[in-house]
Design a protein around this ligand. Structure first.
Ligand code: GDP
Ligand code: GDP
Length: 446
């Protein structure tokens, strides 16, 4: 199940980043570094009462200037409204309730999303009581929560209130046979053209999934290939021309859509070639462990010769060397050329990401490949691999037990990954390999 998205919204300087940093604590460490992906610390995960929350600091996407204008706050809040499951609306008890707070509150209220008002900088209980009651005026259903992000007090109550806003967690996926698809890519890659093409030609049902508040944002397509939910189509189609040019917004949008996706379709502008921003956006899908298809768009407008496909493919494979698993399609959102082929591919990579291989089959493969290429040794010590098992799917994650983790060189992991791919066919999905040394509890403390 995808993690619920919690966005922190509010005026500048109320303490959004401070709270964000408190909430995600040590967890901001990223599993792996993807080359070319610089990280803005605007999102991270926190765990509370056994639930993992995906937290977005909308303030972090703004340059820190003194003349932060209301329109920028609107844009931040809009992204949060579009994509978050719960909004933490932060105010400042020291300034009290101000006009801008009311403005933001109105926007948030119109969205119908659950809002938890967080009254920050309540460092000392007592001296701030009167101001605290002002915030009831904002008129949200839930009582405002007073916190001190600086000291960390109140954050438990805040997260409790956030969790109360979420639908009950069930073991089942919300909608088993719907595949959630995020169309991602830099501005002008053709995302809205693609969505329009798909929506125009297929039967369109505006999403109406019970228990979600995402109705206006997502679009469900039902066709001969299955059910597909295109995430954040409202955001893609609406696009504020000015702000989508700001790279950080498009990266944030992509990040939030990817979080909720089963499959990502990364659109690259074929008339431009692959750029740094494409690399950045691809890195988001990769790091999130999502199945991914690369679609080179505007192929109708590219001057082609016999080598064009090959050349473009090489270019992509070089720039996105960590993502060689992703199939590449050459499409035109404008003419519709090869667009339907995407649906078959989405089904295929989705199935691959959800494949489960039995421990027996994995260990047959393991004994065969360790015989073919001996595990590495160092200073007289040889790596011994005991066995391998699949811990989870989407992405397929394998745990390998061995004698000494430090002997498990990256190249040997790569060798095992390649063999897993060759044998079981994981096209379109990243694979994770976790190495456990015997006696290594693996960092799980309990
Ligand atoms: P943002 O612009 O909303 O992200 O605000 P920041 O997190 O950057 O905080 C703005 C200022 O408020 C900084 O100087 C923080 O140290 C301060 N601040 C944040 N939280 C608290 C708090 O709980 N108590 C006090 N006294 N100051 C705080
Ligand atoms: P978005 O910002 O990613 O949503 O991109 P748009 O869908 O708005 O497309 C940006 C521009 O590229 C528009 O002028 C589109 O008409 C054009 N465009 C999109 N897809 C294609 C395509 O397949 N072929 C051609 N020739 N132009 C396209």
């Amino acid at each position: 199940m995808s993690r619920p998205i919690i966005a922190i919204v509010g005026r500048p300087n109320v303490g959004k980043s401070t709270l964000f940093n408190k909430l995600i604590g040590e967890r901001r460490a990223i599993v792996e570094d993807t080359p070319g992906v610089t990280r803005d610390r605007i999102y991270g995960t926190a765990e509370w009462r056994g639930r993992e929350l995906f937290i977005v600091d909308t303030g972090g996407i703004e340059p820190r200037t003194d003349d932060v204008i209301l329109s920028k706050m609107r844009e931040q809040a809009q992204i949060a409204i579009d994509t978050a499951d719960v909004i933490i609306f932060m105010c400042d008890i020291r300034t009290g309730l101000v006009a801008d707070d009311r403005d933001i509150a109105n926007m948030l209220r119109r969205s119908g999303k659950p809002v938890v008002v967080c009254v920050n900088k309540a460092d000392r209980i007592g001296d701030v009581e009167e101001q605290y009651y002002e915030f009831f005026e904002l008129g949200f259903d839930r009582e405002p929560i007073a916190v001190s992000s600086l000291h960390g007090s109140g954050s438990g109550d805040l997260l409790d209130a956030v969790i109360e806003c979420l639908p009950e967690q069930t073991d089942e996926e919300d909608d088993d046979d719907v595949i959630n698809v995020a169309v991602i890519g830099k501005p002008n890659a053709g995302k809205s053209s693609l969505i329009n093409k798909i929506m125009g030609e297929e039967r369109l049902i505006v999403s109406d999934i019970a228990g979600t508040t995402r109705d206006a944002v997502d679009s469900i397509v039902e066709n001969e290939y299955g059910h597909f939910n295109f995430i954040d189509t409202a955001g893609i189609r609406r696009k504020s021309r000015v702000n989508d040019r700001i790279e950080k917004y498009s990266v944030l949008r992509a990040q939030m859509a990817v979080e909720r996706a089963d499959v990502c379709v990364l659109l690259i502008d074929g008339t431009e070639g692959i750029t740094e921003q494409d690399e950045k956006i691809a890195g988001i899908a990769h790091e999130a462990g999502k199945a991914c298809i690369i679609a080179v768009n505007k192929w109708d407008a590219v001057e082609k010769d016999n080598d064009s496909v090959k050349k473009f493919t090489n270019e992509i494979r070089t720039a996105l060397s960590y993502m060689t698993y992703a199939p590449i399609h050459f499409i035109s959102a404008k003419t519709g050329q090869r667009v339907t082929g995407l649906f078959e591919e989405i089904n295929s990579v989705y199935a691959n990401a959800n494949t489960r291989i039995t421990t027996g089959m994995l260990n047959d493969l393991l004994s065969e490949i360790t015989m073919r290429v001996q595990p590495p040794s160092d200073k007289g010590r040889r790596l011994k691999i005991y066995y391998m098992t699949q811990a989870s799917t989407a992405p397929p994650t394998f745990v390998i037990f061995c004698n000494r983790a430090e002997l498990f060189h990256f190249s040997y992991q790569r060798y095992i990954e390649n063999n897993l791919r060759e044998t079981f066919g994981f096209a379109g999905t990243p694979i994770r390999i976790i190495i456990r040394a015997r006696g290594d509890s693996g960092g799980d403390k309990d």
